[in-house]
Design a protein around this ligand. Structure first.
Ligand code: V47
Length: 445
């Protein structure tokens, strides 16, 4: 009689298996929240295969064979910025060569091009422009609504929202001001917030790499205010510069705790049992874990706009590898491919209450994004078209911001990686294309 191997025994048989991962693998299998120390072990282990395997297991439980992409267009409306972050090669000062700002007319043209090309989303961010008035931003939303009402507008990082609260005098640096600005932008057409500007939530890192920028608590307050207003948001982590691995795990834990608070009522409604977990300050708190063994969780375990009770939440974490080129931190080496893969996999495992993990192909390369789909990611972002913040793939020397791949290339990359490509809208609802006409699409109910 043959006895079946237990999952533990199977792991231990793997070549170069790191025994420190045994208990973590048990937790992952049972949907038990990982601790700070677990996160550090995952960063230290040489056993990248078991790490990737665990992240893949979780990703398969949450999304099965599906890998998402979207048809979108990025607009960086201005690179003029009052800040001078040392990691950033995008910003220019007002009269510096290369400084630009789009007029509302130009933005309208971009929106029309995007909509007629079949995009479902505009992703709009820019620098902290010292002189553009608040009306410019609401007019931008209204103008897009007018010419392309079907486009979802995902716009403005928390850093821009704090700036707008200041210049519009809607309230000084507090939550009241953020709420007022977000409500007015929402009224004008804003649909969600992208995840940029989070960098790494740590005062030391802040002072060394982006002093002058908003602090972690302000970034988090803006996203909390957005969620309260029913706007979904994303979160990023810009890693591989002056931060330590421990600081990256700290960043993930802060996001995870905020999402716990955001999803607590939704989880109770869904019958998802809360776990007792130790928070980053050492206190005990309720944890909402979205992956685990099937018996303990309802089928529809992922929050979606239609059943989140009118509240917004974090949809996706996007780990962003640092690009040193042309920044003040150019002397630093960029994170390696392996470090990128590791950080992606750890994000999937630590951020157990984030429905999605995005491998932003523009910054990771499409080839690396394929590997990431097998190591925790379920989304590779979209067709993008123009991207001015970092430049990796453009082959057009005269126009390096042109970084576009077609839908077929994205779908092929996903299929070749072993997944079923599914087009999503910004809120992760499936998009159905009804004919070859690019504008003929609808969101599946
Ligand atoms: O906020 C700036 C980062 C972000 C560099 O929400 C850099 O779906 C690396 O947030 N090296 C913008 N990163 C990108 C972003 C984003 C991208 C894709 C999807 C979503 C989403 C959000 O890029 C900035 C900043 O954190 N950044 N300079 C650099 N040298």
């Amino acid at each position: 009689m043959t006895t079946l191997e237990t999952p533990r025994e199977a792991l231990q048989r793997r070549p170069n298996f790191d025994p420190r991962l045994l208990d973590i693998a048990d937790k992952v299998r049972d949907g038990v929240r990982l601790s700070f120390e677990d996160g550090m072990t995952l960063y230290e282990t040489p056993d990248i295969w078991t790490l990737g395997g665990m992240a893949h297991e979780v990703r398969m439980r949450m999304h099965g064979e599906i890998a998402y992409y979207n048809v979108n267009r990025h607009i960086n409306y201005s690179n003029v910025c009052a800040l001078s972050c040392t990691f950033c090669a995008f910003y220019r000062k007002k009269d510096q060569e290369g400084a630009y700002e789009f007029s509302i007319e130009q933005i309208k043209e971009e929106a029309i091009k995007a909509a007629s090309g079949g995009a479902t989303e505009l992703h709009i961010v820019g620098g902290l422009h010292p002189w553009l008035p608040f009306d410019y931003y609401t007019d931008m939303m209204l103008a897009i609504r007018e010419v392309a009402p079907q486009l979802h507008i995902k716009a403005f990082t928390a850093v821009e929202i704090v700036h707008l609260a200041r210049i519009s005098k809607r309230g000084k640096d507090g939550v009241e001001g953020y709420r007022a600005v977000l409500s007015e932008l929402k009224e004008a057409g804003l649909g969600s917030l992208p995840g940029g500007g989070a960098e790494v939530f740590d005062d030391r890192v802040h002072d060394e790499a982006f002093k002058g920028k908003i602090k972690a608590f302000q970034w988090l307050d803006v996203h909390r205010a957005a969620h309260e207003l029913g706007l979904n948001t994303n979160a990023t982590m810009l890693y591989g510069h002056v931060e330590s691995r421990a600081e990256r795990i700290g960043h993930m834990l802060i996001l995870r705790e905020q999402q716990d608070a955001t999803l607590r009522d939704w989880a109770a409604d869904q019958g998802i049992a809360l776990q007792q977990a130790t928070k980053h300050d050492g206190d005990q708190g309720d944890a909402v874990v979205l992956y685990g063994n099937d018996d303990a969780y309802p089928n529809e375990r992922l929050p979606m706009p239609e059943h989140a009770g009118g509240n917004g939440y974090y949809q996706t974490i996007i780990p962003l590898p640092f690009f040193p080129d042309k920044s003040e931190l150019e002397h630093l080496p960029a994170p390696t491919g392996l470090e990128n893969l590791r950080t992606l996999a750890i994000s999937r495992l630590m951020l157990d209450n984030f429905p999605h993990v995005k491998a932003f192909w523009i910054m990771q390369s499409l080839e690396m994004a394929q590997v990431m789909l097998q190591n925790g990611a379920d989304d590779i972002d979209g067709t993008v078209v123009w991207y001015d913040i970092t430049k990796l793939i453009s082959s057009d020397e005269d126009d390096p911001t042109h970084q576009e791949v077609g839908v077929f290339e994205l779908q092929k990359a996903i299929r070749d990686a072993g997944f079923e490509p599914v087009e999503r809208d910004t809120l992760y609802r499936k998009v159905v294309r009804q004919s070859d006409e690019p504008t003929d699409w609808r969101v599946l109910d």
